[in-house]
Ligand binder design. Structure first.
Ligand SMILES: [Zn+2]
Length: 302
């Protein structure tokens, strides 16, 4: 397989037979890295028919507000993210059409709703949180966005919050998004960053690999190259701090040894939240030195 970003056929094997320490799904995977653009990818890619099995019932990104400390903190994080995204869309018109692809627990859409935005759309391949969002008059459809987006509308903004790294064919998904954006519409992608400081420390235990769920993992340069190759205009890339990347990476190391292994709830150990708090200053520092845990890319359609 040639690289989906730069078309190079030169790759280096990074990791072999890596395990899912978060949910214990059965599939061990190998990762390679493109020698030219440093894209990291599963090699070989998993067959499409088993992808659904990577997302068990207790997958934490589908957990809605259940009163736990984790869900309260997540809700807060989504409110901050909504504010950040709206500042990039640069539009006070509450009637703009915004689509969240792969909305997961729906908290980002709900945060946008709370800010008064009226035309909100969401799609996901799981219908776990559909009823909750429909009650708030958010337009929801089940879909496989690798085939096509389920709405006929043209959007002012399409958001993918930690979603693009999950697809078997991210190029097709980005093309589908481009098709459904208005002229000057914005595509906002958040994704882990392979230039992140903690990746260089944790390697195959890095939370950004999220084995076996992440298929293609980008950095600021190769995501820009991919977007521009497909016809987007790059507006900006910003650093995103996610201290959870540190706690889950550390957890992956501890879960790999029998003496430090504990029972996980929703893929997380009891110590995850306090450990995340400890790493907040470090993630902020990472953002300053250009080695942030994640990146937010803002593309525009010409
Ligand atoms: Zn490449």
């Amino acid at each position: 397989m040639n690289c989906i970003v730069c078309n190079s056929d030169k790759k280096t094997r990074l990791f072999k037979n890596t395990e899912d320490y978060e949910y214990g799904t059965y599939r061990n995977v190998n990762f390679s890295e493109c020698q030219k653009c440093n894209l990291i990818f599963q090699d070989p890619l998993p067959p499409k028919e088993i992808i659904g099995s990577f997302y068990p019932e207790n997958y934490r990104n589908y957990i809605s507000d259940n009163g736990s400390l984790f869900s309260v903190l997540k809700k807060l994080q989504f409110k901050t993210l909504a504010k950040k995204i709206l500042s990039k869309v640069n539009n006070n018109d509450k009637y703009i059409k915004i689509l969240d692809v792969g909305f997961g627990n729906g908290e980002l859409l709900l945060a946008l709703k709370e800010k008064g935005y009226k035309n909100l759309y969401g799609t996901d391949f799981s219908n776990k949180n559909f009823e909750r969002l429909k009650k708030k008059e958010i337009n929801i459809e089940l879909s496989d966005v690798e085939e096509c987006l389920p709405f006929k509308e043209e959007f002012d903004a399409i958001i993918m919050n930690h979603v693009i790294e999950h697809f078997l064919d991210p190029v097709r998904v980005l093309k589908n998004c481009l098709e459904r954006l208005k002229t000057n519409g914005k595509l906002i992608l958040l994704t882990p960053n392979t230039n992140a400081l903690e990746y260089s420390i944790f390697k195959k235990y890095w939370a950004g690999l999220h084995i076996p769920r992440h298929t293609f993992i980008f950095n600021d340069k190769n995501i820009k190259q991919l977007g521009e190759t497909l016809g987007f205009r790059m507006i900006k890339i910003c650093a995103v701090s996610d201290p959870g990347q540190w706690s889950i990476s550390l957890q992956n190391v501890l879960q790999s040894f029998s003496f430090s292994k504990v029972n996980l709830k929703n893929g997380m150990a009891w110590y995850s939240v306090p450990v995340s708090a400890v790493f907040i200053p470090i993630t902020l520092l990472q953002s300053i030195i250009g080695k942030s845990t994640s990146i937010m890319c803002i593309f525009s359609k010409n």
